[in-house]
Design a protein. Structure first.
Length: 276
């Protein structure tokens, strides 16, 4: 009897280690964080889900998701830009519905037809494509942008709605896009590895009849490894109703987020990443 119980525990542990909605990033997909240390608990919402973003049985980035507000808190990835086609297919996260569903992101249609999941179950668990229909002045804003990845599968993986927030369309196509596509290229010169965390501060407004929160701010922080003896960091923040991006030090962003979230002192990266 004891042997059977131990076997059940072992199988359970092995299954958890390979699932997509995980217990912690430290044990499941730590590779997307500088020195394998994710942001501290000051960013955690009341109803969180830790997602190792899995596409075709490979992890591409990590997302802390707010299941109540139906937006990501942040997405963390390694910056590896490259040319390529922009995907068009939008995906959802099956394991937000329940742990028995696939660990890899899927199309809504696939869940409905192949896995016989009801639309109601998908809608209850997360944001869906219909939530982003008929928006005025807003569009689907990637936290982890597809342009920061160098192959098609990694770009497809960013097209999950767990990586998307309602973003001001002028900001998304203007100053924020300039930061993603131009400033990042300049700032990462000389970097061997650049760890990035992009997040959204919950706001007071909603889309889709109150289902999906519209963030008040978007922010991004990077920690770059130049060599064994030299690290550099930078950050930005933007109000989600203005076409402006403010360039900050990492320390300045953490101070701003500490005030905006109001849940204690925010730490985004390991302490060796420079704050000044």
């Amino acid at each position: 009897m004891l042997w059977v119980l131990l076997l059940q525990v072992l199988v359970s542990c092995l299954w958890l280690g390979h699932s997509e909605v995980v217990k912690s990033f430290e044990t499941s997909c730590p590779q997307f964080f500088f020195r394998e240390i994710p942001p501290n608990e000051a960013l955690e919402p009341q109803n969180p889900a830790w997602i190792c973003q899995n596409y075709k049985n490979q992890y591409y980035f990590a997302t802390l998701y707010d299941k109540t507000l139906r937006i990501p808190v942040y997405s963390a990835y390694i910056y590896q830009p490259g040319p390529g086609k922009r995907p068009k297919t939008w995906l959802v996260e099956p394991q937000l519905i329940g742990p028995t569903y696939p660990k890899t992101m899927e199309k809504e249609w696939t869940l409905l037809k192949r896995y016989n999941v009801s639309l109601e179950k998908i809608i209850q668990s997360q944001a869906v494509l219909h939530d982003y229909k008929n928006l005025t002045g807003l569009n689907r804003g990637h936290l982890n942008p597809n342009g920061h990845h160098d192959d098609y599968s990694s770009r497809v993986a960013t097209f999950t709605l767990t990586n998307i927030v309602p973003q001001d369309e002028k900001l998304n196509g203007g100053a924020w896009n300039n930061y993603e596509q131009q400033t990042m290229i300049r700032r990462t010169q000389g970097c061997k590895t650049t760890y990035v965390i992009v997040g959204a501060v919950p706001g007071n407004n909603y889309i889709a009849k109150g289902r999906v929160n519209k963030p008040s701010h978007l922010w991004s922080a990077a920690c770059c490894v130049v060599d064994n003896n030299y690290l550099k960091a930078w950050a930005v923040i933007a109000e989600n109703d203005k076409n402006q991006v403010q360039l900050l030090t990492l320390g300045e962003l953490e101070d701003a987020l500490t005030e905006l979230y109001g849940r204690g002192e925010v730490s985004l990266f390991d302490s060796d990443c420079p704050r000044e």
